[in-house]
Design a protein around this ligand. Structure first.
Ligand SMILES: [Zn+2]
Length: 287
């Protein structure tokens, strides 16, 4: 009898156990609809994975998969390359709108196929990139993307006028330490450009689109960025949320037919549009 009571109590205890926010440690958190690991914090508004991962780092050891050339591959590659180039052009548009673009040196972290590096190089900026997956470098378009993993231990002799953290800050295990490291790698007048996902968007909060990936750890809210900026003596220079039409289309339908339609559609339709409820977020931090 006693045993049953203990068991009963223990089950109840488990049910009421709170998942603590990975940023502010508050217990006022709730599970996101149809998710088992992603929670929203009602205190600091971040969205976090209760099981932090460092999955991207494992790609460091992955060898290059020999690329079989076929018409299908060519078709897929052409569409994919244009997708990433359009995203990079949006980054350039944002950089041009809010800075004087007088960067001599730049580093793109999570450079993927090197589209942003290439676009920065075309503007006579000495830009290079770092990418964890050798396959992306091998299939990429830039000779200035290097293999490596950027985290809080990354060291460089070179200082940069611009460091871009493009859709990667939510994958690292210690994002605040990574940002602290970035501050040591920019010049005094340097800028940190971050593109990430906006946890205030209903697309994320209400899980309206399949945005969650197992390897994501935390999506910082505006309040989180304000706290981080204050902790690291940084200033938020600009904070803008966007509806990334091109991503949303892909999230809604990633079939070949849809990708082909998008290929043509985005010759006319804006790739990104400013939107307070948009699930992409761009910001600048400076010293
Ligand atoms: Zn929190």
């Amino acid at each position: 009898m006693k045993c049953i009571e203990v068991l009963g109590y223990s089950n109840l205890d488990q049910k009421t156990e709170k998942v603590t926010c990975r940023f502010c440690l508050a217990e006022d958190t709730q599970l996101i609809k149809n998710q088992k690991d992603f929670f929203i914090c009602n205190n600091c508004y971040c969205v976090f994975n209760q099981n932090f991962q460092n999955e991207k780092k494992t790609l460091l050891r992955t060898s290059v998969i020999p690329h079989k050339k076929s018409h299908v591959d060519f078709f897929k590659k052409t569409i994919s390359m244009r997708f990433w180039d359009l995203v990079s052009l949006q980054y350039i548009k944002y950089l041009s709108a809010y800075t004087d673009m007088k960067f001599r040196t730049a580093l793109d972290v999570g450079a993927l196929y090197g589209h942003l590096v290439e676009r920065l190089n075309q503007l006579n900026i000495d830009a290079s990139g770092i990418e964890v997956d050798k396959n992306n470098i091998e299939n990429g378009i830039s000779k200035k993307v290097f293999h490596g993993f950027f985290d809080e231990n990354y060291k460089s002799e070179k200082k940069y006028d611009l460091i871009c953290l493009t859709q990667m800050i939510y994958y690292v295990e210690n994002p605040v330490d990574v940002l602290e490291n970035v501050t040591t790698l920019i010049n005094d007048t340097g800028l940190i450009f971050i593109s990430t996902q906006n946890p205030h968007s209903t697309i994320i909060k209400n899980h309206e689109l399949p945005v969650f990936e197992k390897s994501m750890n935390i999506l910082f809210s505006k309040k989180n960025f304000e706290d981080i900026a204050s902790k690291l003596n940084l200033k938020i220079q600009n904070y803008t949320t966007f509806r990334p039409n091109i991503y949303n289309n892909r999230l809604k339908d990633s079939s070949k037919r849809s990708e082909l339609m998008n290929y043509f559609k985005y010759h006319i339709k804006p790739v990104y549009e400013m939107d307070p409820n948009g699930h992409h977020l761009f910001l600048f931090l400076s010293k």
